[in-house]
Structure formats: C-alpha cells, structure tokens
Write a protein that binds this ligand. Structure first.
Ligand SMILES: [Zn+2]
Length: 411
C-alpha cells in the first residue's frame, strides 16, 4: 500500500545518500562502532611515530610538507590562517594536527594528565567521523571553527580569565561540534522520518547527535577515564551545553541574552557560569565566522555551504519532497543566500561580539571583512549570473580587497 511505498522510497533515499557518503547505513555504522577497525588502521599510522611530550605535533607528516605545515602552525593565531592549505599540507589531518598543537600550546596534556595514545585515538575518531564527502560539514570546517575558537580564546578580555578547563572545553567543543553531520538539515531528517529525529523528538536533532557521538568517542577512547567520575560527567555535560548552543534555531535566544548582559554590563568572568555563557557565544561566533574571513577564504566556504544545500534540494526534488528554503539552486543563488545569512545571522552576532571585546583589533578586522564581503556579494547578485558554475567558482573575478590583504596588521 501507500505507506509501504513511501517507506521503500525513503529507504532508497537513504541508501543513495549512504552511497554518496552522506548517511551511513545502520548496519555499516554498527559494524564500525563495534569494531572500530577502520579507525584502528587509521590510527596506527598516526601512532607509529608517536613521541609523548614531543614539542611539535607534526611527527606523522610527510617530510616534504612538515616544514610548511609547522611554519603555518607558528601563525595559527592569525585571522588570515588558510585552513584549506593547512589541510592539504597535513594530508587531510588538519583537525588532529591542529588540536594536538593547541593542546601543547596550552599544556593541556600535562594539566589533565592525558594519555597521549588515548588523545590521538580520540582525535582520530572525531576527525574520521566527519564525512569527507560533505562539501561543507566536514573535518576542515571543524578545524576552521577550532582555529577561530583559538583566536577568540586569545581575546584580551577573555584570555586572562579562562581556566584550563574552559580552554579544554572550548577547543573540544569546537573540534567535535558537527561530528558525523549527514550533510542534510533537521527539517530533512524530520520529513524523511529519520531515526535520529524521533530519538531526539525533533529538537536540536543534529546537535544532540554531535554531542552524544562525542560522548561515545570519549568513553570509547577512555580519554577521561582517569578523572574522578563527577569531573568527567561535568565535562560531558558542558560539552553538550556548548555544542547544543550551535543550533541556529536558538540564535535569537542567545543573541538577546548576550545583548542584555552587554546593556546591563553585568558579565562577571570570575563566575564559571558567565564564562560558560561566553564560551557558548564564542563557539557560535566561530561556527558562523565564514563571512568575517578574507574574501578568498570566505568565498570558498560560501560556495561549499550552498553546494551542500543544493545537494539536499536535488534529493528533495528527486523524491517529490518540498524543496527546503535555500536549497533550490535555481531560486537561491550563492550571493542571495550569503547576503541573507550575513544580514540576519552573522552581522548581528558579531556586532555584539565586538561590543563584548571592547572592541578588540580582531573584532574590527572581522567586521571589516564582513562588510566588504557583503558588499561584494551584493554586487554579484546584481550582476548577470554565470550559468554552469555549480562547482567551478569564478576565481578570476577579484574580491573586494584583492591585493590589499598583504601586510595587513591582522592580530
Ligand atoms: Zn558547524
């Protein structure tokens, strides 16, 4: 009957995504979870050259690239950091390499008495559970968000106040905040009756999954097993609260609370609860900071996120589902999507963040890029669209600040 037919269709649909590397089939996933054999093979490569307490984190890189990647890491706190180049230089290990480096920078391994083998196993699992086939929600996005988070943790107003636990939570949440993202959004999971939607009762479905997957990997790796139970439980809860804050449908709730605190000037960063709130905001900023990057990086992210939306739209069209907002390639051009995103999500948030930082050099730089990028997308929206550029980007067109980026005193 009809219901059976619909169910068969939906099953076909998910099989198709699974083939594309989107949502893995239940069986394959279970096997992977049970055995973690794929991960074991992958990790062994990382672990071969493992030297605990080594000053660098680059022991597993190819020699040819080691120098260049290490040189990039020496500038990991600059806003111009090119995560795409770093990912190529590290042979697709940007997330693991970056996290190891930042854990060394903050001496977190020593502070929390972490086992290096377990740490590498955990980070390897996280990186591998991102879907490399997703144009946007992949491990490079996670590395990008982590790098941005690091820049925010260094903000003068914040840096002095943060405890090692705050830094640990901020970096871990950034690295894992989209893990195992299927490349489709929550409404899609709900209308196709995906099991995750019913598991999490149609609320923060993806974010809950990212968090619970992270907890699963923490426990599987045993990374925190040496800590007192109440402490590892607290870490798991705080990671959840941070990751769940990235649900874009809760954007206004956070923005209004943030604005109220700034208006009342009542943020007290001596209080752990206030620092936690700022970490939530910082992670949200890091997650949507693409428009604040230099044009050349910003443009690549814009095209990637739209490509992911369009793929969802293609699936919806193919299976006679209503095409979700922003997912219709014919109607939703990249410039239009970006202008909307910048105006309604990024700009209001970064304006408040600038107020919070009183304003810092980095905040000014970020808003400067955001305004230039917005203007550039506006001029492109007015220009006649170039057909057939779905994945080929119009590289030849100069961005808003082509040529004047060199020597900029970006913090
Ligand atoms: Zn994200």
């Amino acid at each position: 009957d009809t219901q059976v037919h619909v169910n068969t269709q939906i099953k076909c649909l998910f099989d198709r995504i699974a083939q594309q590397g989107g949502v893995e089939s239940g069986t394959r996933r279970k096997v992977k979870r049970l055995l973690s054999f794929q991960r074991y093979c992958h990790d062994s490569r990382l672990l071969r050259g493992l030297v605990p307490c080594a000053p660098g984190s680059l022991h597993f890189l190819d020699d040819d690239y080691l120098g260049q990647a290490a040189h990039m890491l020496s500038k990991v706190g600059t806003w111009n950091f090119d995560i795409f180049l770093f990912d190529r230089l590290t042979n697709g290990n940007s997330l693991v390499t970056l996290m190891c480096h930042l854990f060394n920078v903050y001496d977190l391994v020593h502070h929390f008495q972490l086992d290096m083998v377990k740490l590498h196993r955990f980070l390897g699992m996280v990186q591998e559970d991102y879907h490399s086939h997703n144009p946007y929600h992949n491990a490079v996005h996670a590395a990008d968000v982590t790098q941005a988070m690091y820049c925010y943790l260094k903000e003068p107003r914040l840096a002095e106040q943060l405890s090692p636990l705050d830094v640990f939570l901020g970096l871990m949440a950034a690295a894992a905040h989209d893990v195992d993202h299927p490349g489709v959004n929550q409404p899609f999971l709900i209308k196709t009756k995906h099991h995750l939607a019913s598991l999490y009762q149609n609320t923060s479905v993806l974010e809950s999954h990212h968090w619970r997957s992270t907890v699963g990997m923490l426990r599987e790796s045993g990374l925190l097993s040496h800590l007192p139970a109440d402490m590892s439980q607290d870490i798991e809860q705080q990671l959840g609260s941070l990751i769940l804050a990235t649900d874009i449908s809760r954007q206004n709730e956070f923005l209004l609370t943030f604005r109220e605190h700034l208006d009342n000037q009542d943020l007290d960063l001596q209080l752990a609860s206030h620092r936690h709130f700022i970490l939530q905001i910082a992670l949200k900023c890091a997650d949507v900071c693409n428009p604040c990057r230099v044009w050349e990086l910003s443009r690549q992210w814009s095209e990637r996120v739209c490509e992911e939306f369009y793929r969802q739209g293609d699936l919806e069209r193919q299976f006679d589902l209503e095409i979700s907002p922003l997912c219709n390639q014919q109607a939703d051009s990249v410039p239009a999507v970006q202008i909307g995103f910048i105006s309604y999500i990024a700009e209001p948030l970064f304006e408040e963040w600038q107020r919070f930082t009183e304003p810092s050099a980095l905040s000014r730089t970020m808003l400067g890029h955001l305004h230039k990028n917005k203007a550039c997308w506006s001029s492109r929206r007015c220009a006649p669209s170039s057909p057939g550029t779905r994945t080929d980007s119009p590289d030849e067109e100069p961005g808003p600040e082509a040529g004047d980026e060199e020597g900029e005193d970006t913090p």
